[in-house]
Design a protein around this ligand. Structure first.
Ligand code: DGI
Ligand code: FE
Ligand code: FE
Length: 190
């Protein structure tokens, strides 16, 4: 796969700030992958494609989503979530990415899920904490996950997201809760 071509396509497709976010997520994901024994090449591809479908029209996203086996589920939730499964679909169709692990990492980068692979966690965490992210509590979150295992980092990150969503009375996608519950259960077992 010609990753330079992918970067050029992304630069054309996305607003500059979003493109820069994608590059920072990719770098953060490669670094975290290296630290945790996850294939760096896969992290790079998943990182580059994770927001591929961001900034498509809601109508276009919904049209593509209709071909997804979980269309009925996603259609009931906020359109902000749709770019993740649609990104995986387009990575497969337009770029011939067949690696299921990479496709799942793109698909679940927004919500997480129960039973995430290490690659999925790497992309989820990198997306949340890349150096350009500025939200209240980010410094605290970065501090808490520093030097922790991938599992611990993911627990902190999904807790942060669920807390943030609850705080704004957002409707929460069931997989986000599944992810949170699984991680908190595991922590209590330890
Ligand atoms: O695409 P990004 O901005 O880089 O980040 P993202 O894909 O992780 O998240 C996109 C948005 O989706 C972000 O504002 C948080 C929101 N989100 C994540 N999980 C849920 C959610 N929104 C709702 N309503 N429900 C969720 O479960
Ligand atoms: Fe995203
Ligand atoms: Fe992102």
């Amino acid at each position: 796969m010609d990753l330079q071509q992918v970067r050029n396509d992304l630069e054309q497709r996305l607003p500059q700030k979003r493109y820069e976010h994608v590059l920072r997520v990719t770098e953060a994901a490669k670094e975290l992958a290296k630290e945790t024994g996850v294939p760096v090449e896969k992290a790079e591809i998943a990182g580059l494609f994770h927001d591929y479908a961001k900034f498509m029209d809601k109508e276009e996203l919904l049209e593509l989503l209709k071909r997804d086996e979980e269309y009925e589920l996603y259609a009931q939730y906020h359109s902000e979530l749709w770019h993740a499964p649609v990104g995986a679909l387009l990575a497969k169709e337009r770029y011939g990415i067949e690696d299921e692990e990479i496709l799942q990492a793109i698909r679940f980068h927004t919500t997480g899920r129960a039973g995430m692979t290490d690659l999925e966690k790497v992309i989820y965490i990198a997306d949340l904490i890349e150096p350009g992210r500025k939200f209240p509590g980010i410094e605290d979150l970065r501090g808490r996950i520093k030097g922790q295992s991938l599992e611990e980092q993911m627990t902190e990150c999904i807790q942060h997201t669920v807390k943030f969503l609850v705080h704004q009375y957002a409707v929460i996608f069931p997989y986000s809760f599944d992810c949170y519950n699984e991680h908190v259960r595991r922590r209590k077992e330890q």
